[in-house]
Design a protein around this ligand. Structure first.
Ligand code: AMP
Length: 188
C-alpha cells in the first residue's frame, strides 16, 4: 500500500507517519527529513538547499523527485511507503505516478489532514520554541503556508478525480487524529 499524507506544514503529517511506521511496519519517505539530513551532512546538495529551506520556499522538483526515486526500491521491499511532504507540486505528483507505474505500482490513498491556518500558526510557534527548526520562525512559516496554498493545495482535485482522496479532521489530539487516519486507511 502506498499512501500520501497530505496537508499544510505543521498539520501533523510527520507525527502520523511515524505512528504508522510503528503500528503497521510501513516506511516513511519524508523529503523534508531527507533534505535536513543532507544539510546536516554538509553535502553539496545540503549547501544548495539550505537557504531555500530556511526561507520557507520549495526546492526544485528535480531534487526531490530524485531523492524519492532513490528510495523506491526500499519502499517496494517494505510493501509500500507513506509519502510525507511529497508531492508538493503537480509536476512532482505526475513524476511520482510515472515512477511507480514503471515499477508496477501506484498510489493507493491520499489522506488529507485538515487543520485551520490559525491552529497551524499556534502549533508552529510551540514547535519553534521546542525544536528551534529554523524554518518554523513566523516569517518562514508564512512563506511555507503560502507555498502550500499556491502550489500544493491545487493537487487535491488531481487525487479527488482519481477517487483516492480521504479527508481526516486534523484538529484533535494526536490520538484522535490517529484514530481518524486508521479509519481512513481501513475504509471504516
Ligand atoms: P517539511 O519538513 O516537509 O515541512 O519540509 C521542509 C522544507 O523542505 C520545505 O519548506 C521545503 O523547503 C523543502 N521541501 C520538503 N519537501 C519538499 C518537496 N516535496 N518539494 C519542494 N520542497 C520541499
Amino acid at each position: 500500500m502506498n499512501l500520501i499524507l497530505f496537508g499544510p506544514p505543521a498539520a501533523g503529517k510527520g507525527t502520523q507517519a511515524k505512528r504508522l511506521v510503528d503500528t503497521r511496519g510501513m516506511i516513511q519517505l519524508s523529503t523534508g527529513d531527507m533534505l535536513r539530513a543532507a544539510i546536516a551532512s554538509g553535502s553539496e546538495l545540503g549547501q544548495r538547499v539550505a537557504g531555500i529551506m530556511q526561507r520557507g520556499e520549495l526546492v526544485s522538483d528535480e531534487i526531490v523527485v530524485e531523492l524519492i526515486e532513490s528510495r523506491l526500491p526500499e519502499a517496494e521491499a517494505a510493501g509500500g511507503a507513506i509519502f510525507d511532504g511529497f508531492p508538493r507540486t503537480l509536476a512532482q505528483a505526475q513524476a511520482l505516478d510515472v515512477m511507480l507505474q514503471r515499477r508496477g505500482s501506484k498510489i493507493d490513498k491520499v489522506i488529507r489532514l485538515k487543520v485551520d491556518d490559525e491552529a497551524l500558526m499556534h502549533r508552529v510557534a510551540g514547535r519553534f520554541a521546542e525544536s528551534g527548526r529554523p524554518d518554523d520562525n513566523p516569517d518562514s512559516f508564512k512563506v511555507r503556508l503560502a507555498a502550500y496554498n499556491a502550489q500544493t493545495a491545487p493537487l487535491l482535485p488531481y487525487y479527488e478525480d482519481q477517487d483516492k482522496l480521504v479527508e481526516v479532521d486534523g484538529m484533535g489530539t494526536i490520538e484522535v487524529v490517529a484514530a481518524g487516519v486508521d479509519r481512513a486507511l481501513d475504509g471504516r
